[in-house]
Design a protein around this ligand. Structure first.
Ligand SMILES: [Zn+2]
Length: 351
């Protein structure tokens, strides 16, 4: 099936590309084929890449960004170096977006959680732009392969270039943070938690950047990668609503918001992009009750949990127990914060 490789965390989920396969428009079907085919090929390629530890040699603390140009090719990463830390803006909008937004993600983790890059030791942030699909067209996706980011330019109709969305950059780089912390297995409930932490932090980075309170945030994920031909509001939403219903291209958002509606099949690595809707919604409910700026309290509880509260095979229930325990450590037994977190997990049926 069309599965993401363990170390290849694609932003646009397989179920979305699969609904495009059913389109009457041949151009739209081509995006689906290319997107799904690209996952296969990139996954295969990644199996032979060097381990991440190689890039740790000689690394120094602080923000260090590199942007590379794939010029439409799908292979080999990272491509031609276009802009380094401290360089002036490149003559390429996507390059500057990848540079600026990876810088925002770095600043978010540093300022909010005192974390120095993905590994908390200044790991350089590498982004390849203009990544192509295996059919020679622009890739309609973004991914983190365990070592670096890659962004496609989208087809220009349903999807625009993926560097344009700060929450997508935050989502993908958070997969890196996950790999250096709890390292949640990318399968089943632990995989859905991995996806959920990426969505939660991606959303928080956007809220932090624009100083949005929980009421001001729209809680959509990926709205800025949608092109003029897409009529949906976002790729996912953390609220109790569906991100889209009966869309001619994308169908209906399959994410459940309650544990009893969870997906139990084997597609999408056991529903990692589907069941993430449940912990995503638990975060949303806790954040709305706790109020204010979501990264300050609710985000802190989730971050500490990710950093030190979970095993690689954690279930939703274990994540619930861990966040409740962390909320008690930080804010006290039966504090408003702890009660909000417990109530949120109860509302989504996990405990
Ligand atoms: Zn992801």
């Amino acid at each position: 099936m069309h599965l993401c490789h363990h170390s290849l965390c694609c932003f646009v989920p397989p179920y979305m590309a699969e609904s495009l396969q059913d389109s009457e428009d041949p151009a739209v079907r081509q995006i689906a084929l290319a997107s799904l085919g690209n996952e296969y090929r990139t996954a295969r390629r990644l199996l032979s890449t060097q381990p991440l530890s190689v890039s740790l040699m000689g690394q120094i603390a602080g923000k260090e960004r590199y942007v590379y140009d794939m010029s439409g090719a799908s292979d080999p990463l990272p491509g031609k170096l276009l802009r380094r830390e401290g360089d002036r803006p490149a003559d390429d909008e996507a390059a500057n977006e990848a540079y600026d937004y990876s810088g925002d993600v770095y600043d978010f983790y540093k300022d909010v959680f005192d974390r120095d890059s993905l590994d908390d030791a200044g790991l350089p942030l590498r982004s390849s732009i203009h990544a192509g699909d295996t059919f020679g067209g622009p890739m309609s996706n973004a991914f983190f392969n365990g070592q670096q980011m890659a962004y496609g330019d989208g087809d220009g109709s349903l999807f625009t270039r993926f560097t344009q969305a700060l929450d997508v950059v935050g989502h993908e780089l958070t997969h890196g943070v996950v790999s250096f912390t709890s390292n949640l297995d990318y399968f089943g409930e632990s995989g859905a938690l991995n996806e959920s932490f990426a969505d939660v932090m991606g959303s928080l980075i956007l809220q932090w950047k624009y100083s949005q309170t929980v009421e001001q945030a729209d809680w959509y994920i990926g709205k800025d990668v949608l092109g003029p031909g897409a009529s949906i509001q976002g790729v996912r939403t953390l609220t109790g609503e569906k991100a889209y219903i009966n869309d001619p291209h994308f169908g209906t958002d399959p994410q459940p918001k309650h544990y009893q509606d969870r997906y139990t099949g084997s597609r999408d690595r056991g529903g990692v992009h589907i069941n993430s809707g449940i912990p995503n919604h638990a975060f949303y409910l806790a954040a709305m009750t706790i109020g204010g700026y979501a990264w300050e309290k609710t985000g802190k509880i989730w971050y500490i949990t990710l950093k030190s509260g979970l095993s690689a095979t954690a279930t939703f229930e274990e994540a619930a127990t861990a966040t409740i325990a962390i909320a008690e450590q930080v804010y006290g037994n039966e504090s408003e914060e702890q009660n909000a977190v417990r109530s949120a997990w109860q509302q989504v049926g996990v405990i």
